[in-house]
Write a protein that binds this ligand. Sequence first.
Ligand code: XUL
Length: 540
Amino acid sequence: MRDLFLGLDCSTQSLTALLINFSSGKVISQYSINFDEDLPNYKTQKGVILLEDITVTHSYPLMWVEALELLFEKMKNNEIPLYEIKAISGSGQQHGTVYLNNKFRKVLKTLDFKKSLVSQLESTFSRHTSPIWMDSSTTNQCDEIREKLGGLKSTIKLLGSNTNERFSGPQIRKFYQENLNGYNQTSIIHLVSSFMASILLGKNASIDHGDGAGMNLMNIKSKIWDDRALDATAPNLKEKLPLLTNPYSIIGKLSSYFVAKFGFNPDTDLIVWSGDNPNSLVGVGLIEKGKVAISLGTSDTYFGYLQDLYLDFKGEGHVFGAPTGDYMSLICYKNGSLARERIKDQFNLNWVKFSKILNKTPPGNNGKLMLPYFFPEIVPQVLEPMVHRFGFDENDIEGNIRGIIEAQFLSMRLHSNWIGEKPKEIYTTGGASVNEEILQILANIFNTKVRMFEVTDSAAFGAAFRAAKSYYDSEDEIKSWNEIIDKFINIQKSIVIEPDKKHIELYDDMLELYGKYEEFILRNGENPKLARLEFIKKYF
Ligand code: XUL
Protein backbone atom coordinates (compact mmCIF):
# COMPACT_ATOMS: atom_id res chain seq x y z
CA MET A 1 0.00 0.00 0.00
CA ARG A 2 1.16 3.55 -0.73
CA ASP A 3 1.93 5.99 2.06
CA LEU A 4 -0.37 8.95 1.45
CA PHE A 5 -0.43 12.11 3.58
CA LEU A 6 -2.86 15.02 3.44
CA GLY A 7 -1.97 18.66 4.10
CA LEU A 8 -4.86 21.13 4.47
CA ASP A 9 -4.48 24.89 4.37
CA CYS A 10 -7.27 27.13 5.67
CA SER A 11 -6.01 30.48 4.43
CA THR A 12 -7.59 33.91 4.14
CA GLN A 13 -9.19 33.31 0.76
CA SER A 14 -9.47 29.54 0.36
CA LEU A 15 -9.22 26.07 1.80
CA THR A 16 -6.77 23.80 0.00
CA ALA A 17 -6.01 20.10 0.22
CA LEU A 18 -2.70 18.73 -1.01
CA LEU A 19 -2.33 14.96 -1.12
CA ILE A 20 1.18 13.57 -1.34
CA ASN A 21 2.43 10.07 -1.98
CA PHE A 22 5.54 9.57 0.11
CA SER A 23 6.35 6.29 -1.61
CA SER A 24 6.81 7.98 -4.99
CA GLY A 25 7.70 11.51 -3.84
CA LYS A 26 4.81 12.90 -5.92
CA VAL A 27 1.84 15.17 -5.35
CA ILE A 28 -1.25 13.06 -6.11
CA SER A 29 -3.83 15.81 -6.17
CA GLN A 30 -4.63 19.32 -5.09
CA TYR A 31 -8.14 20.66 -4.49
CA SER A 32 -9.25 24.07 -3.40
CA ILE A 33 -12.42 25.77 -2.25
CA ASN A 34 -12.41 29.49 -2.89
CA PHE A 35 -14.56 31.15 -0.23
CA ASP A 36 -15.94 33.99 -2.39
CA GLU A 37 -16.65 31.87 -5.45
CA ASP A 38 -17.65 28.49 -4.02
CA LEU A 39 -19.55 29.75 -1.00
CA PRO A 40 -21.15 32.96 -2.31
CA ASN A 41 -23.93 32.92 0.30
CA TYR A 42 -21.46 34.28 2.87
CA LYS A 43 -20.83 37.29 0.61
CA THR A 44 -17.19 37.59 1.60
CA GLN A 45 -14.72 39.59 -0.48
CA LYS A 46 -11.37 37.87 -0.73
CA GLY A 47 -12.43 35.78 2.24
CA VAL A 48 -13.35 38.60 4.59
CA ILE A 49 -16.46 40.47 5.67
CA LEU A 50 -16.48 44.03 4.39
CA LEU A 51 -17.29 46.50 7.13
CA GLU A 52 -17.42 50.26 7.18
CA ASP A 53 -14.66 50.47 9.77
CA ILE A 54 -11.66 49.36 7.75
CA THR A 55 -9.66 48.57 10.86
CA VAL A 56 -12.07 45.76 11.71
CA THR A 57 -11.61 42.61 9.63
CA HIS A 58 -13.53 39.45 10.42
CA SER A 59 -14.52 36.27 8.66
CA TYR A 60 -17.04 33.46 9.28
CA PRO A 61 -15.79 30.34 11.03
CA LEU A 62 -18.91 28.52 9.83
CA MET A 63 -17.81 29.22 6.25
CA TRP A 64 -14.52 27.43 6.91
CA VAL A 65 -16.50 24.46 8.25
CA GLU A 66 -18.69 24.38 5.16
CA ALA A 67 -15.62 24.62 2.98
CA LEU A 68 -14.13 21.58 4.69
CA GLU A 69 -17.19 19.50 3.96
CA LEU A 70 -17.34 20.71 0.37
CA LEU A 71 -13.68 19.97 -0.14
CA PHE A 72 -13.98 16.37 1.05
CA GLU A 73 -17.14 15.89 -1.02
CA LYS A 74 -15.27 17.05 -4.08
CA MET A 75 -12.39 14.69 -3.35
CA LYS A 76 -14.71 11.77 -2.71
CA ASN A 77 -16.67 12.43 -5.92
CA ASN A 78 -13.40 12.48 -7.83
CA GLU A 79 -12.49 9.11 -6.34
CA ILE A 80 -9.44 10.35 -4.49
CA PRO A 81 -8.22 7.38 -2.39
CA LEU A 82 -9.09 8.93 0.97
CA TYR A 83 -8.96 5.49 2.63
CA GLU A 84 -5.25 5.23 1.94
CA ILE A 85 -4.36 8.44 3.80
CA LYS A 86 -2.19 7.58 6.80
CA ALA A 87 -2.08 10.97 8.49
CA ILE A 88 -3.49 14.48 8.12
CA SER A 89 -2.20 17.81 9.33
CA GLY A 90 -3.08 21.36 8.51
CA SER A 91 -2.31 25.02 8.38
CA GLY A 92 -4.39 28.01 9.34
CA GLN A 93 -4.08 31.73 8.71
CA GLN A 94 -2.44 32.84 11.94
CA HIS A 95 -3.79 34.85 14.89
CA GLY A 96 -7.55 34.59 14.05
CA THR A 97 -9.72 33.49 16.97
CA VAL A 98 -12.88 31.35 17.06
CA TYR A 99 -15.22 31.66 20.05
CA LEU A 100 -17.30 28.61 21.01
CA ASN A 101 -19.97 27.98 23.61
CA ASN A 102 -20.51 25.04 25.92
CA LYS A 103 -22.34 23.01 23.24
CA PHE A 104 -19.24 22.69 21.06
CA ARG A 105 -17.69 19.74 22.89
CA LYS A 106 -20.84 17.65 22.95
CA VAL A 107 -21.79 18.39 19.35
CA LEU A 108 -18.33 17.42 18.12
CA LYS A 109 -18.47 14.18 20.06
CA THR A 110 -21.82 13.18 18.68
CA LEU A 111 -21.63 14.38 15.07
CA ASP A 112 -24.16 12.54 12.89
CA PHE A 113 -22.72 11.75 9.47
CA LYS A 114 -26.18 11.86 7.87
CA LYS A 115 -26.35 15.57 8.61
CA SER A 116 -24.09 18.37 7.45
CA LEU A 117 -21.38 19.83 9.65
CA VAL A 118 -22.87 23.29 9.25
CA SER A 119 -26.33 22.29 10.48
CA GLN A 120 -24.82 20.65 13.55
CA LEU A 121 -22.19 23.24 14.40
CA GLU A 122 -24.00 26.50 13.71
CA SER A 123 -25.39 26.73 17.24
CA THR A 124 -21.99 26.19 18.89
CA PHE A 125 -20.50 29.67 18.41
CA SER A 126 -20.56 32.31 21.12
CA ARG A 127 -19.43 34.80 18.46
CA HIS A 128 -20.43 34.27 14.85
CA THR A 129 -17.48 36.01 13.33
CA SER A 130 -13.76 35.64 13.87
CA PRO A 131 -11.39 38.58 13.93
CA ILE A 132 -8.54 37.61 11.61
CA TRP A 133 -4.93 38.68 11.05
CA MET A 134 -5.97 41.68 8.93
CA ASP A 135 -7.76 43.33 11.84
CA SER A 136 -5.97 46.36 13.24
CA SER A 137 -8.59 47.65 15.66
CA THR A 138 -7.00 46.76 19.00
CA THR A 139 -4.36 49.46 19.54
CA ASN A 140 -5.81 50.36 22.95
CA GLN A 141 -5.75 46.76 24.09
CA CYS A 142 -2.17 46.36 22.83
CA ASP A 143 -1.12 49.41 24.85
CA GLU A 144 -2.90 48.17 27.96
CA ILE A 145 -1.38 44.69 27.83
CA ARG A 146 2.13 45.96 27.03
CA GLU A 147 1.96 48.37 29.92
CA LYS A 148 0.84 45.66 32.33
CA LEU A 149 3.75 43.51 31.17
CA GLY A 150 6.26 46.26 31.93
CA GLY A 151 6.74 47.88 28.53
CA LEU A 152 8.09 47.00 25.11
CA LYS A 153 11.29 45.23 26.03
CA SER A 154 9.87 43.00 28.72
CA THR A 155 6.86 42.14 26.55
CA ILE A 156 9.11 41.04 23.71
CA LYS A 157 11.37 39.10 26.07
CA LEU A 158 8.38 37.30 27.50
CA LEU A 159 6.33 36.65 24.38
CA GLY A 160 8.72 36.86 21.42
CA SER A 161 6.78 39.79 19.93
CA ASN A 162 5.47 43.16 20.89
CA THR A 163 1.71 43.26 21.45
CA ASN A 164 0.20 43.41 17.98
CA GLU A 165 -3.23 44.49 16.82
CA ARG A 166 -3.85 41.25 14.94
CA PHE A 167 -2.55 38.90 17.64
CA SER A 168 -5.09 36.82 19.53
CA GLY A 169 -4.55 38.21 23.05
CA PRO A 170 -5.44 41.85 22.25
CA GLN A 171 -8.37 40.59 20.15
CA ILE A 172 -9.65 38.49 23.05
CA ARG A 173 -9.28 41.46 25.38
CA LYS A 174 -11.32 43.63 23.03
CA PHE A 175 -14.10 41.03 22.90
CA TYR A 176 -14.06 40.75 26.69
CA GLN A 177 -14.26 44.55 27.06
CA GLU A 178 -16.93 45.10 24.43
CA ASN A 179 -19.09 42.04 24.96
CA LEU A 180 -18.73 40.70 28.48
CA ASN A 181 -21.78 38.50 28.07
CA GLY A 182 -20.36 36.95 24.90
CA TYR A 183 -17.03 36.42 26.63
CA ASN A 184 -18.73 34.74 29.58
CA GLN A 185 -20.72 32.51 27.20
CA THR A 186 -17.44 31.39 25.63
CA SER A 187 -16.20 28.00 26.79
CA ILE A 188 -13.23 27.74 24.52
CA ILE A 189 -11.30 30.08 22.23
CA HIS A 190 -9.55 28.39 19.34
CA LEU A 191 -7.16 29.61 16.71
CA VAL A 192 -8.17 28.94 13.09
CA SER A 193 -5.69 26.05 13.10
CA SER A 194 -6.88 24.39 16.31
CA PHE A 195 -10.54 25.01 15.42
CA MET A 196 -10.26 23.16 12.12
CA ALA A 197 -8.23 20.39 13.79
CA SER A 198 -10.92 20.03 16.48
CA ILE A 199 -13.57 19.36 13.88
CA LEU A 200 -11.49 16.63 12.31
CA LEU A 201 -10.65 15.20 15.72
CA GLY A 202 -14.17 15.26 17.17
CA LYS A 203 -12.93 17.01 20.31
CA ASN A 204 -10.95 20.11 21.30
CA ALA A 205 -7.53 20.01 19.68
CA SER A 206 -4.36 21.57 21.09
CA ILE A 207 -2.56 24.60 19.72
CA ASP A 208 1.04 24.05 18.59
CA HIS A 209 3.99 26.21 19.64
CA GLY A 210 4.23 27.72 16.16
CA ASP A 211 0.75 29.21 16.10
CA GLY A 212 0.63 29.65 19.89
CA ALA A 213 3.50 32.13 19.68
CA GLY A 214 1.29 34.39 17.54
CA MET A 215 -1.17 35.01 20.35
CA ASN A 216 0.74 37.29 22.76
CA LEU A 217 -0.15 34.70 25.38
CA MET A 218 2.58 32.04 25.21
CA ASN A 219 5.90 32.35 26.99
CA ILE A 220 8.41 32.15 24.17
CA LYS A 221 11.07 30.39 26.26
CA SER A 222 9.09 27.87 28.28
CA LYS A 223 6.40 27.50 25.58
CA ILE A 224 3.56 27.41 28.12
CA TRP A 225 0.70 29.89 28.65
CA ASP A 226 2.20 32.86 30.43
CA ASP A 227 0.22 33.72 33.56
CA ARG A 228 1.22 37.40 33.44
CA ALA A 229 0.04 37.71 29.85
CA LEU A 230 -3.19 35.83 30.59
CA ASP A 231 -3.93 38.12 33.53
CA ALA A 232 -3.17 41.21 31.48
CA THR A 233 -5.57 40.04 28.76
CA ALA A 234 -8.84 38.85 30.28
CA PRO A 235 -10.13 37.10 33.42
CA ASN A 236 -10.36 33.30 33.57
CA LEU A 237 -8.67 33.05 30.22
CA LYS A 238 -6.59 29.96 30.90
CA GLU A 239 -9.68 27.81 31.34
CA LYS A 240 -10.95 28.98 27.94
CA LEU A 241 -7.79 28.08 26.04
CA PRO A 242 -6.84 24.72 24.52
CA LEU A 243 -3.64 23.02 25.64
CA LEU A 244 -0.33 23.87 24.02
CA THR A 245 1.72 21.13 22.43
CA ASN A 246 4.75 20.36 20.28
CA PRO A 247 4.31 20.95 16.56
CA TYR A 248 4.90 17.26 15.90
CA SER A 249 2.28 15.85 18.29
CA ILE A 250 -0.15 13.24 17.12
CA ILE A 251 -3.38 14.48 18.66
CA GLY A 252 -5.58 11.45 17.91
CA LYS A 253 -7.47 9.64 15.16
CA LEU A 254 -9.80 11.18 12.62
CA SER A 255 -13.40 11.52 13.88
CA SER A 256 -15.78 8.74 12.84
CA TYR A 257 -17.93 11.39 11.10
CA PHE A 258 -15.39 11.67 8.28
CA VAL A 259 -14.81 7.93 8.16
CA ALA A 260 -18.51 7.21 7.73
CA LYS A 261 -19.26 10.10 5.41
CA PHE A 262 -16.27 10.23 3.09
CA GLY A 263 -14.64 6.83 3.45
CA PHE A 264 -11.45 7.79 5.31
CA ASN A 265 -9.62 5.07 7.19
CA PRO A 266 -10.60 4.91 10.90
CA ASP A 267 -6.89 4.59 11.68
CA THR A 268 -5.95 7.96 10.12
CA ASP A 269 -3.66 9.88 12.48
CA LEU A 270 -4.23 13.57 13.07
CA ILE A 271 -1.18 15.70 13.65
CA VAL A 272 -1.63 19.02 15.44
CA TRP A 273 -2.22 21.90 12.98
CA SER A 274 0.01 24.97 12.88
CA GLY A 275 0.02 28.45 11.40
CA ASP A 276 0.58 29.06 7.70
CA ASN A 277 4.01 30.60 8.23
CA PRO A 278 5.50 27.80 10.37
CA ASN A 279 4.07 25.30 7.89
CA SER A 280 5.57 27.22 4.99
CA LEU A 281 8.95 27.18 6.68
CA VAL A 282 9.23 23.42 6.22
CA GLY A 283 7.06 23.56 3.09
CA VAL A 284 9.86 25.36 1.28
CA GLY A 285 12.50 23.27 3.03
CA LEU A 286 13.98 25.89 5.35
CA ILE A 287 15.64 23.93 8.13
CA GLU A 288 19.00 25.63 8.26
CA LYS A 289 20.44 29.05 8.93
CA GLY A 290 21.42 31.55 6.25
CA LYS A 291 18.44 31.15 3.95
CA VAL A 292 15.17 32.98 4.20
CA ALA A 293 11.85 32.66 2.44
CA ILE A 294 9.48 35.26 1.18
CA SER A 295 5.87 34.30 0.79
CA LEU A 296 4.01 36.52 -1.64
CA GLY A 297 0.44 35.71 -0.68
CA THR A 298 -2.51 37.70 0.64
CA SER A 299 0.01 38.85 3.23
CA ASP A 300 3.66 39.09 2.24
CA THR A 301 5.87 37.49 4.83
CA TYR A 302 9.62 37.31 5.23
CA PHE A 303 10.75 34.44 7.41
CA GLY A 304 13.70 32.30 8.33
CA TYR A 305 14.72 29.37 10.47
CA LEU A 306 16.36 30.22 13.82
CA GLN A 307 18.37 27.70 15.73
CA ASP A 308 18.28 29.80 18.87
CA LEU A 309 15.89 32.36 20.19
CA TYR A 310 16.70 35.77 18.71
CA LEU A 311 14.47 38.75 19.40
CA ASP A 312 13.66 42.03 17.64
CA PHE A 313 13.57 44.63 20.39
CA LYS A 314 12.32 47.26 17.96
CA GLY A 315 9.11 45.28 17.98
CA GLU A 316 8.46 44.90 14.25
CA GLY A 317 9.42 41.26 13.89
CA HIS A 318 8.19 38.12 15.60
CA VAL A 319 9.57 34.84 16.81
CA PHE A 320 7.37 31.76 16.49
CA GLY A 321 7.98 28.09 17.20
CA ALA A 322 9.18 26.18 14.14
CA PRO A 323 7.83 22.74 13.15
CA THR A 324 11.25 21.26 13.91
CA GLY A 325 10.90 22.28 17.57
CA ASP A 326 13.30 25.23 17.12
CA TYR A 327 12.34 28.83 16.34
CA MET A 328 11.59 30.96 13.30
CA SER A 329 11.68 34.69 12.66
CA LEU A 330 8.93 36.48 10.78
CA ILE A 331 7.96 39.88 9.48
CA CYS A 332 4.48 40.36 8.04
CA TYR A 333 3.18 42.95 5.57
CA LYS A 334 -0.51 43.49 5.06
CA ASN A 335 -0.04 45.32 1.75
CA GLY A 336 0.96 42.16 -0.11
CA SER A 337 -1.03 40.75 -3.01
CA LEU A 338 -4.04 42.90 -2.23
CA ALA A 339 -1.97 46.03 -2.89
CA ARG A 340 -0.41 44.56 -6.06
CA GLU A 341 -3.88 43.63 -7.27
CA ARG A 342 -5.18 47.13 -6.57
CA ILE A 343 -2.66 48.55 -9.01
CA LYS A 344 -3.20 45.78 -11.56
CA ASP A 345 -6.98 46.27 -11.46
CA GLN A 346 -6.78 50.04 -11.48
CA PHE A 347 -5.17 49.87 -14.92
CA ASN A 348 -7.29 46.92 -16.11
CA LEU A 349 -4.29 44.67 -16.56
CA ASN A 350 -3.66 40.97 -16.20
CA TRP A 351 -0.44 39.60 -14.68
CA VAL A 352 1.17 39.08 -18.08
CA LYS A 353 0.69 42.71 -19.02
CA PHE A 354 1.74 43.76 -15.53
CA SER A 355 5.02 41.86 -16.00
CA LYS A 356 5.61 43.35 -19.44
CA ILE A 357 5.40 46.82 -17.99
CA LEU A 358 7.74 45.84 -15.16
CA ASN A 359 10.19 44.65 -17.75
CA LYS A 360 10.01 47.90 -19.69
CA THR A 361 10.71 50.16 -16.71
CA PRO A 362 14.22 50.81 -15.39
CA PRO A 363 15.50 49.75 -11.95
CA GLY A 364 15.12 52.80 -9.73
CA ASN A 365 11.93 53.78 -11.59
CA ASN A 366 13.44 57.05 -12.84
CA GLY A 367 13.44 58.22 -9.23
CA LYS A 368 9.71 57.62 -8.75
CA LEU A 369 9.09 56.27 -5.29
CA MET A 370 5.98 55.02 -3.50
CA LEU A 371 4.97 54.39 0.10
CA PRO A 372 2.26 51.80 -0.55
CA TYR A 373 -0.10 51.70 2.42
CA PHE A 374 -3.33 50.89 0.58
CA PHE A 375 -4.45 49.16 3.78
CA PRO A 376 -3.34 49.79 7.36
CA GLU A 377 0.21 48.40 7.43
CA ILE A 378 1.83 46.17 10.03
CA VAL A 379 5.50 46.90 9.21
CA PRO A 380 6.13 49.76 9.55
CA GLN A 381 3.06 50.36 11.62
CA VAL A 382 0.60 52.58 9.74
CA LEU A 383 -2.90 52.59 11.19
CA GLU A 384 -4.55 54.90 8.63
CA PRO A 385 -4.20 53.75 5.01
CA MET A 386 -2.37 56.26 2.79
CA VAL A 387 -0.48 55.98 -0.47
CA HIS A 388 2.29 58.46 -1.11
CA ARG A 389 3.83 58.90 -4.54
CA PHE A 390 6.95 60.97 -5.08
CA GLY A 391 7.71 62.14 -8.61
CA PHE A 392 4.54 60.72 -10.20
CA ASP A 393 0.79 60.48 -9.74
CA GLU A 394 -1.80 57.73 -9.59
CA ASN A 395 -2.44 57.77 -13.34
CA ASP A 396 1.13 56.94 -14.31
CA ILE A 397 0.92 53.22 -15.19
CA GLU A 398 4.62 52.56 -15.38
CA GLY A 399 5.43 54.56 -12.28
CA ASN A 400 2.78 52.76 -10.25
CA ILE A 401 3.62 49.26 -11.38
CA ARG A 402 7.35 49.39 -10.75
CA GLY A 403 6.66 51.69 -7.79
CA ILE A 404 4.60 49.16 -5.84
CA ILE A 405 7.00 46.24 -6.40
CA GLU A 406 10.13 48.22 -5.60
CA ALA A 407 8.49 49.73 -2.51
CA GLN A 408 7.44 46.32 -1.18
CA PHE A 409 10.91 44.81 -1.49
CA LEU A 410 12.78 47.91 -0.33
CA SER A 411 10.60 47.90 2.77
CA MET A 412 11.35 44.21 3.31
CA ARG A 413 15.07 44.82 3.05
CA LEU A 414 14.88 47.83 5.33
CA HIS A 415 12.87 46.11 8.05
CA SER A 416 14.51 42.69 8.03
CA ASN A 417 17.88 43.93 9.29
CA TRP A 418 17.20 42.70 12.82
CA ILE A 419 17.38 39.09 11.67
CA GLY A 420 21.12 39.56 11.49
CA GLU A 421 23.23 38.21 8.69
CA LYS A 422 22.33 39.00 5.11
CA PRO A 423 20.53 36.02 3.51
CA LYS A 424 22.62 33.92 1.13
CA GLU A 425 19.56 32.76 -0.74
CA ILE A 426 15.88 33.65 -0.78
CA TYR A 427 13.27 30.95 -1.37
CA THR A 428 9.95 32.20 -2.67
CA THR A 429 6.45 30.88 -2.37
CA GLY A 430 2.85 32.11 -2.65
CA GLY A 431 0.81 33.21 -5.66
CA ALA A 432 3.07 35.97 -6.98
CA SER A 433 6.16 33.75 -6.76
CA VAL A 434 5.41 32.41 -10.25
CA ASN A 435 6.13 35.86 -11.67
CA GLU A 436 9.75 35.96 -12.80
CA GLU A 437 9.80 39.71 -13.40
CA ILE A 438 8.72 40.37 -9.81
CA LEU A 439 11.33 37.93 -8.52
CA GLN A 440 14.08 39.56 -10.59
CA ILE A 441 13.39 42.85 -8.82
CA LEU A 442 13.49 41.01 -5.50
CA ALA A 443 16.88 39.47 -6.40
CA ASN A 444 18.26 42.84 -7.47
CA ILE A 445 17.04 44.75 -4.42
CA PHE A 446 18.48 42.18 -1.99
CA ASN A 447 21.47 41.42 -4.25
CA THR A 448 20.75 37.78 -3.47
CA LYS A 449 19.99 34.66 -5.44
CA VAL A 450 16.24 33.91 -5.50
CA ARG A 451 14.76 30.44 -5.95
CA MET A 452 11.41 29.83 -7.49
CA PHE A 453 9.65 26.50 -6.83
CA GLU A 454 7.07 24.51 -8.72
CA VAL A 455 4.63 24.31 -5.81
CA THR A 456 3.36 27.65 -4.62
CA ASP A 457 1.19 26.45 -1.74
CA SER A 458 4.00 25.85 0.70
CA ALA A 459 1.68 25.97 3.72
CA ALA A 460 -0.31 22.92 2.56
CA PHE A 461 2.92 21.24 1.52
CA GLY A 462 4.44 21.90 4.94
CA ALA A 463 1.34 20.46 6.62
CA ALA A 464 1.62 17.29 4.53
CA PHE A 465 5.34 17.04 5.38
CA ARG A 466 4.57 17.42 9.08
CA ALA A 467 1.94 14.68 8.81
CA ALA A 468 4.49 12.34 7.18
CA LYS A 469 7.28 13.17 9.64
CA SER A 470 5.15 12.60 12.77
CA TYR A 471 3.61 9.45 11.32
CA TYR A 472 6.97 7.82 10.53
CA ASP A 473 8.46 8.91 13.85
CA SER A 474 5.57 7.27 15.69
CA GLU A 475 6.01 4.07 13.69
CA ASP A 476 9.70 3.96 14.61
CA GLU A 477 10.65 4.48 11.00
CA ILE A 478 12.26 7.79 11.92
CA LYS A 479 13.03 10.03 8.95
CA SER A 480 15.05 13.21 9.12
CA TRP A 481 13.55 16.50 7.92
CA ASN A 482 16.06 16.47 5.09
CA GLU A 483 14.86 13.08 3.96
CA ILE A 484 11.23 14.23 3.88
CA ILE A 485 11.96 17.52 2.16
CA ASP A 486 14.41 16.12 -0.41
CA LYS A 487 11.85 13.60 -1.50
CA PHE A 488 9.51 16.34 -2.74
CA ILE A 489 11.52 19.47 -3.27
CA ASN A 490 14.15 19.19 -5.90
CA ILE A 491 16.28 22.21 -5.07
CA GLN A 492 18.41 21.55 -8.14
CA LYS A 493 15.37 21.74 -10.38
CA SER A 494 14.07 25.01 -8.96
CA ILE A 495 14.58 28.04 -11.15
CA VAL A 496 17.32 30.31 -9.83
CA ILE A 497 17.17 34.01 -10.47
CA GLU A 498 20.55 35.66 -10.12
CA PRO A 499 20.79 39.29 -9.03
CA ASP A 500 21.99 41.69 -11.68
CA LYS A 501 25.23 43.06 -10.17
CA LYS A 502 24.89 46.24 -12.24
CA HIS A 503 22.20 47.50 -9.90
CA ILE A 504 23.82 46.92 -6.51
CA GLU A 505 24.79 50.53 -5.92
CA LEU A 506 21.53 51.89 -7.27
CA TYR A 507 19.46 49.80 -4.91
CA ASP A 508 21.74 50.54 -1.93
CA ASP A 509 21.16 54.24 -2.60
CA MET A 510 17.47 53.75 -3.20
CA LEU A 511 17.13 51.85 0.08
CA GLU A 512 18.61 54.80 1.90
CA LEU A 513 16.26 57.13 0.10
CA TYR A 514 13.28 54.89 0.86
CA GLY A 515 14.22 54.91 4.55
CA LYS A 516 14.36 58.72 4.48
CA TYR A 517 10.88 58.90 2.93
CA GLU A 518 9.53 56.62 5.67
CA GLU A 519 11.11 58.95 8.24
CA PHE A 520 9.64 61.97 6.49
CA ILE A 521 6.10 60.63 6.24
CA LEU A 522 5.79 58.50 9.35
CA ARG A 523 8.03 60.25 11.85
CA ASN A 524 8.01 63.87 10.71
CA GLY A 525 11.57 63.64 9.39
CA GLU A 526 13.11 66.04 6.94
CA ASN A 527 11.75 66.11 3.38
CA PRO A 528 14.34 64.17 1.32
CA LYS A 529 13.41 65.98 -1.92
CA LEU A 530 17.00 66.97 -2.62
CA ALA A 531 18.30 63.49 -1.99
CA ARG A 532 15.79 62.19 -4.54
CA LEU A 533 16.92 64.74 -7.12
CA GLU A 534 20.52 63.68 -6.55
CA PHE A 535 19.50 60.05 -6.98
CA ILE A 536 17.83 60.96 -10.31
CA LYS A 537 20.88 62.89 -11.40
CA LYS A 538 23.18 60.00 -10.58
CA TYR A 539 21.24 57.25 -12.35
CA PHE A 540 18.93 58.71 -15.01
C1 XUL B 1 1.61 36.44 10.12
C2 XUL B 1 0.33 36.92 9.56
C3 XUL B 1 -0.14 36.41 8.23
C4 XUL B 1 -1.25 35.40 8.44
C5 XUL B 1 -2.03 35.12 7.17
O1 XUL B 1 1.93 37.02 11.32
O2 XUL B 1 -0.36 37.70 10.15
O3 XUL B 1 0.91 35.91 7.48
O4 XUL B 1 -0.72 34.22 8.98
O5 XUL B 1 -1.37 34.56 6.19
